[in-house]
Design a protein around this ligand. Sequence first.
Ligand code: NAD
Ligand code: MG
Length: 297
Amino acid sequence: MADQLTFTDPVTRFPDITPPRQHQPEPGLDAELIPGTDRGEESYRGTGRLEGRRALITGADSGIGAAVAIAFAREGADVALNYLPQEEEDARHIAGLIRAEGRTVVLLPGDLADADFCRSLVEDAVEGLGGLDALVNNAGRQIAVESLEEIDDQQWTETFEVNIHAMFRITQAALAHLPAGSTIVNTTSIQAYEPSPTLVDYASTKAAINNFTKGLAQQVASRGIRVNAVAPGPIWTPLQVSDGQPKEALPEFGKSTPLGRAGQPTELAPAYVFLTSPESSYVLGETLAVTGGSPTP
Ligand code: NAD
Ligand code: MG
């Protein structure tokens, strides 16, 4: 079976999908996504890059977070997974794959819009893993809305709560535990640079995440903690069908990238592994774009 290290043409490594119009209630499930995604279940091969590491990953049940969780476990890390209680089915699937690697997995469902939960999440991850030296702030909410007038206060606030306020709270709580050598990787987006007209609230949070990453990276560098970000382009995940895109845009999703296809979640995993592994020791405050070729500054 080909893995992520097999020499391949990136144009054809994964099929050029044309997803049918579909809708799932927020937050959406990988289990019901058409077509299904590749999170590396069959293809991600570990090479010992994260041996003995202890990682907390948010939004780890599905999509990019799930691919990162699988990759981290195969690279030798124990992982704590956060997700919403409605996503238990997806989370259990990923947890099963991690246990199959002989790694510890800690399941920590809960709502990141709740400030107290963000803080208790970190404490529970530390307890369950016996410490913490890697944090992946990946959870995010994206609801497309046609006009600014249609964005009500709750929509605006909840997007900021989940995407950036929770990142602040979780990171602040984690810093009390992270030893020198630890890493934080935040998920931003190409939307930080090229906002879609229907994603004004979401794209604003992604720009904030980039800035937060670059400022904090300098602040904690001397403590031996590295902070970086990954900016995905169009990746086929449940986020897109739970109102993340207008439904009529789904069949064309990702086709306008230079590679001509949407990305699969597993294509993101190596970026997170690299930024978490000690091999990237001189990389701080960087946003690594994984966009299928769409340019970023
Ligand atoms: P996804 O739906 O699989 O993952 C998002 C996860 O966020 C959900 O699984 C859920 O567990 C979590 N989440 C949402 N609201 C939450 C809440 N209130 N409390 C706790 N968890 C909550 O989709 P994905 O595309 O893999 O998204 C992962 C990250 O990637 C997000 O930050 C998203 O903004 C970012 N991103 C995605 C794309 C893309 O095209 N898919 C592009 C750029 C950035
Ligand atoms: Mg999910």
